[in-house]
Write a protein that binds this ligand. Structure first.
Ligand code: F6P
Length: 551
């Protein structure tokens, strides 16, 4: 690893120590007082970049907190690590790989070197092939085996090969071709493939098998069953070439599966699965929204890359959100972080962020292999507002856990709905964004409750302590470009935190053990004779019960 390390172990850095004593001074401060003593706070503690407006004023920070957090980023060497990532250094040290999802959205004609070779021309070559293919499907020129145009596109993939495409497809559905049906199959549970194909006509269905490695058990099983489903109807192996394409880095695996490598769209080992939506993994999205909108999406990702690379730290959105998240995780001991998009199209955004954040920063050893003595990645969760308000917000308002939240909203709706004398739906929606963050920050005191005439015994139940921190992210409109910027904001936020925690945000060894054990158990489930089981007594008993009762 060539990027300069931090000035020392994280908890020994002067800024960390300063933050520890500062925390003791400010932990009792209430947002009510912070706002009362600084009438301009709500305009001052804001930043803008790549079309996104961030209001971070409703966080439990003073100017001194922010100064110390920014010092921490400096002392931890975030800038040099960021520069090392953009420069194509092999910062993924446990896999000896560069981390260059940013190159996927580098404009044509620019230069990003990997081992001395400019990869931007290859990136655009694949994008151009994808665009030609997407256009041929969209125009009806690409025909199925029996000569019918394609109307259904089924992406088969899991993790980053599913969550990015399905999230972005749902997010950009407004811009999609409504005469095409898009489906996403990920779970190895046969229900997923069965339900997602049951009403499709094989003659009009195209499968995109998306897998970086082309070895993932779930994807290979689903792809094999999808091929059988297709051949069951069309009865000729030659049909595969018209109904299956692949997205992968593994040409050999693709060809072994029976997909012509002419129908394969490649990417590179320097693109991590959870960072791959801007690569060929986004092919299903491109078919749905068209190459032009896909390029706008890439432009939005690039806008935020540039903002992250060049904006001063105190106005840098990924830096600020990363540092604020770390402040709660490491100093307030907040276990979780909620992401609450107030836009129905962003229904899968929290699920997407779960992989992005938790697979990246769910680590407990430093880059040099020592156990950390501080907290790392939080549990990320959420769902679109206003539904969450009627489900779990109670706990955020009055529970015993501190849960920092991101509220995400848009000034303009894509679906203006205004019926009779009631207020427009979008005003109703956005009123809830503003009301929730206001209620969480300022709450309602016992005196205010009593002044409303609530009986003394009931008053404690009606008190809102407030002081619950939130970020509000506002954009003008949900477009391919804003979606790109929003995704890259979180990618780089995760990067900032991983850099300070001195962990490798780009490997995922933690998912391996379960995969290996499942591989051992499959033959035990399939054995005709009672197998010799050598697991613990619980696992042995569960396997036996399953074998006895599965019918
Ligand atoms: O869950 C582990 C993981 O390796 C993810 O990081 C990845 O996105 C997913 O599996 C799918 O991998 P592949 O694209 O190789 O099928």
């Amino acid at each position: 690893m060539t990027s300069p390390a931090a000035a020392g172990p994280l908890t020994q850095l002067p800024a960390w120590r300063a933050l520890q004593s500062h925390f003791r001074e400010v932990e009792g401060l209430h947002l009510r007082d912070l706002f009362a003593s600084d009438p301009a706070r709500g305009e001052r503690l804001t930043a803008e970049g790549a079309g996104l407006y961030l209001d971070y004023s409703k966080n439990r920070v003073t100017d001194e907190t922010l100064r110390l957090l920014l010092n921490l980023a400096r002392e931890a060497g975030v800038d040099s690590r960021r520069d090392a990532m953009f420069a194509g250094e092999r910062i993924n040290v446990t896999e000896n790989r560069a981390v260059l999802h940013t190159a996927l959205r580098a404009p044509r004609g620019s230069e990003v070197l990997v081992d001395g070779r400019n990869v931007v021309p290859e990136v655009h070559e694949v994008l151009d092939r994808m665009a030609a293919f997407a256009d041929s499907v969209r125009s009806g020129e690409w025909l199925g085996f029996t000569g019918r145009p394609i109307r259904n596109i089924v992406n088969i993939g899991i993790g980053g090969s599913d969550l990015g495409p399905v999230m972005a497809y749902e997010a950009l559905k407004f811009y999609s071709r409504r005469d095409l049906t898009l489906r996403f199959v990920s779970n190895v549970d046969g229900t997923d493939l069965t339900e997602k194909t049951r009403d499709l006509d094989p003659e009009e269905t195209l499968f995109i098998v998306s897998s970086k490695t082309f070895t993932t058990q779930e994807t290979m099983a689903n792809a094999t069953s999808a091929r059988a489903w297709l051949l069951g109807a069309l009865g000729d192996d030659a049909a595969v070439a018209r109904h299956f394409v692949a997205v992968s880095t593994n040409a050999e695996g693709v060809s072994k599966f029976g997909i012509d490598t002419n129908n394969m769209f490649g990417f590179w080992d320097w693109v991590g699965g959870r960072y791959s939506v801007g690569s060929a993994i986004g092919l299903s999205l491109m078919i749905a929204v068209g190459p032009e909108a896909f390029r706008e999406f890439l432009a939005g990702l690039h806008d935020m890359d540039e903002h992250f690379r060049t904006a001063p730290p105190e106005r840098n959105l990924p830096m600020l959100t990363g540092l604020l998240g770390l402040w709660y995780r490491d100093f307030f001991d907040a276990q979780t972080h909620a992401v609450l998009p107030y836009d129905q199209y962003l229904m899968y955004f929290p699920a997407y962020l779960q992989q992005l954040d938790m697979e990246s920063n769910g680590k407990h050893v430093t880059l040099d292999g020592r156990n950390v003595d501080y907290q790392t990645g939080p549990v990320v969760w959420g769902q679109p507002g206003t539904n969450g308000q009627h489900a779990f917000y109670q706990l955020i308002h009055q529970g015993t856990s501190l849960i920092p939240c991101d509220f995400i909203g848009f000034c303009q709706t894509l679906n203006p709905l205004h019926t009779g004398s009631q207020p427009p739906h979008h005003d109703l929606l956005m009123a809830n964004v503003f009301a929730q963050t206001e209620a969480l920050a300022f709450g309602k005191t016992q005196a205010e409750v009593e002044a409303e005439g609530v009986a003394v015994g009931l008053a404690p139940h009606r008190v809102f302590e407030g002081n619950r921190p939130t970020n509000t992210i506002l954009a003008d409109r949900l477009t391919p470009r804003t979606l790109g910027a929003l995704i890259a904001l979180y990618e780089h936020k995760v990067f900032v935190q991983g850099a300070i925690w001195n962990i490798n945000s780009f490997d995922q060894w933690g998912v391996e053990l379960g995969k290996v054990l499942a591989g051992k158990i499959v033959p035990e489930l399939q054995a005709q004779e009672e197998p010799q089981l050598s697991h613990d007594s619980s696992t042995n008993a569960l396997i036996r019960r399953y074998r006895d009762r599965r019918g």
